[in-house]
Design a protein around this ligand. Structure first.
Ligand SMILES: *Cc1c(COP(=O)(O)O)cnc(C)c1O
Length: 223
């Protein structure tokens, strides 16, 4: 199985880095693999893809088991639910969608002792939509302070999934808000901005993304 989309996305990423004056390879590609079969992920891994993002725990666990022979990094990028924290703490390397202090405490308590801390990003609602997940930019500092005190978690930065926007200038404005929020925390240990998808990865890279989360452009449209 060949994945021409993967190579096309990597080419877009390298072009976006160059256009932004950033070093080649400074942005990591997370393959958003919801609804994709293990064989498809295995094909991507054979071409060098190592980071996979999953949205549903019950879908992710069998994929992890099927691909346990590979050295992959598993990131949870779906909505965080209370009854899923134990499985996330036990099986994932990263969580991109933390938005509640009580769930942060649960995840820290549930992280197995033998594993390194769960690498955590706080999801920020940069578009201000009432229905969207994520904390408001002015509430990030308080949640960050809570996470920093938890031994089972390692706070790495921020994530956003802004409202879809066709205009590149508006795409960039939303991503700029995430970067400004990170810079406002004045916390040098935070090195990660997870932002940009198939539709807007160039704008995200221009605004400082360090991880882009791309599904459709790699694997084709989902059912
Ligand atoms: C599915 C998903 C993506 C990837 O979106 P595409 O449009 O398929 O590139 C990125 N982030 C999150 C949180 C997702 O759920």
């Amino acid at each position: 199985m060949s994945l021409p989309g993967l190579h096309a996305v990597l080419a877009r990423l390298r072009a976006a880095e160059a256009a932004a004056g950033r070093p080649a390879g400074s942005v990591c590609l997370l393959a958003a693999s919801k609804q994709q079969q293990p064989a498809t992920l295995r094909a991507a891994a054979a071409e060098g893809q190592r980071i996979f993002g999953e949205n549903y725990v019950q879908e992710a666990l069998p994929k992890m088991a099927a691909l346990a022979d590979l050295d992959l990094s598993w990131h949870f990028i779906g909505r965080l639910q209370r009854n899923k924290t134990r499985d996330i703490a036990a099986h994932f390397d990263w969580l991109h969608t933390l938005d509640r202090a009580d769930l942060a405490r649960r995840l820290s308590d549930q992280r197995p002792a033998g594993r390194p801390p769960l690498q955590v990003l706080i999801e920020v609602n940069v578009s201000g939509e009432a229905s969207k997940a994520g904390v408001a930019p002015d509430a990030v500092a308080e949640l960050a302070a809570t996470v920093r005190a938890l031994p089972g978690l390692c706070l790495r930065g921020l994530m956003c999934l802004p409202a879809p926007e066709d205009d590149p200038a508006r795409q960039r404005a939303a991503f700029r808000r995430l970067r400004a929020t990170l810079e406002g925390l004045a916390e040098p240990a935070l090195d990660t901005l997870s932002m940009g998808t198939s539709a807007d990865l160039e704008a995200a890279v221009a605004e400082g993304a360090t991880i882009v989360r791309v599904g459709t452009a790699i694997f084709g449209p989902r059912a």
